[in-house]
Design a protein around this ligand. Sequence first.
Ligand code: ATP
Ligand code: MG
Ligand code: MG
Length: 550
Amino acid sequence: KPGENPQIDPKLREQHLKVTGGKVFTRFPPEPNGYLHIGHSKAIFVDFGYAAHHGGHCYLRYDDTNPEKEEKRYFDSILETVRWLGYEPWKITYSSDYFQQLYDLAVELIRRDKGYVCSCTADEIQRNRGDKGGARIACVHRTRPVEESLREFENMRDGHYRPGDCILRMKQDLEDGNPQMWDLPAYRILDAPHHRTGTKWKIYPLYDFAHCLVDSMENITHSLCTVEFIQSRTSYEWLCDAVGVYKPRQREFGRLSLQSTIMSKRKLAQLVDEGHVMDWDDPRLYTLVALRRRGVPPTAINSFVSGLGVSTAITNIQSARFDQSVREDLEKSASRLLMVLQPLKVTIENLPEDFVQTLEKPLHPKNAALGTSTIPFTRHLYIDRDDFRLEDSKDYFRLAPGKTVGLFSAPHPISYVAHKTDPATGEVTEVIVKLEDGTSGPVKKPKAFIQWVAVHAPSGSPVIVDETRIFYPLFKSDNPLAAKPDWKADISPHSMDIVKGAMVEIGFWKLAKQAFNQARLESQARTEKALREEDTSRGKDDDTPKVTSE
Ligand code: ATP
Ligand code: MG
Ligand code: MG
């Protein structure tokens, strides 16, 4: 429980409890350097879910300390995606909000002789940490006088050095068995404008320095992160203690990893930039914008990640298992439309040319709440080319010479009578059938039902689809990262089919209109909310909990 950690200074604990009132505070801290993927939905579920479960609050904090890689579109998409998943941040903050306080704490760290400016090269630092065959030793800068480091840190800030010339390091414990204690870098020089602070800063804090201190400033009670940060917990606590601020509790949970796909933002960016996929929301990817575009409901994602649990084990899951769980969700909630991908003309010979029957077709076989679509049934139809065969076989139940087949939602089945072929290609161009309406004796119940669309110009049937895209897995194997010479060798040469001229029933327009209206309402609500927020933030004092340095 917050406040019960015996290692917390009682005075700091008191200050902390004054701000939080004993409530749980968590944060979801994405780096705005890409779009969120399915793995992030687990972190979102854990961070927001844990706070909600305990009646607390969760921040959305953009961890924007790396200006070279961050872009506006990523910020926007992250918030939109969090909301799409059904979560509303208690507050939206930025690590950059705290650049001044972080700088002040860095100065404090040096004053306490727990930080120093190091002018070794990156290579020397690595060697001195025991990498590249070096021995783990202190460099000459470690023992430089506090005053000198203070002056040099100011010089770093004031632009007297170039990137790479020097860094600020924590003075930790080189004897410790944990590499996270080997004098981690705290600040680096970067000659890059920041999207929020412009050119004000020439030095930027690094993750190990900024993350725990911002957690502390925001009075986070539980800093929840993935297991690869277990060793970082030591440096996290070390730094809070070193500068004398309230120390949140870091706790770890297992990463979600999906097989047969990749999720690292850097690699996703490569797939997009090199044109292997259309964009970050390409339906073959497992980014959340892609899943959304593919029609995966947020409820399906949430129920999938909630089923994974929050142990520290890394969950390595077949992407097919995720797809299956999505299908189970859609099975209950998705409207069905009749569609034929490769249309084959069918004429019902015992119906008059101008015959039209209007059918109320349920949009879902079991879920009446989804309503119906109104479609015509006529003498001329299209069925899918795959649903007709010239050569019949025992295990084939669709249309063939001598066979009767059902038409989804139509009043009667049809039986084969004859067919026409194109003399040049031999391809079947039309099938003549008979409607088994019972007038010439009893009709057997058909063994299969197939999709169809009627031809009826006055009602606009069928709807012709310019382009239908059919997606297959983007990678050939379960583990693209194991491919040689690299993961890109595992990209499947054939992961999308494009079909021209498919046909859909006119119920399509009803669903399209609903989707469009829904999107319009959502976007309207977002705009109104943004305007309201702008209003209140102008009128109100900033009540973000402030740093509680001694
Ligand atoms: P990537 O390596 O893809 O760039 P990241 O870990 O750097 O991702 P961040 O934006 O820094 O992504 O992460 C925000 C939060 O989401 C962090 O708390 C991180 O631990 C969590 N997270 C990222 N990937 C996963 C995953 N696969 N499973 C669970 N949580 C994740
Ligand atoms: Mg990161
Ligand atoms: Mg990462």
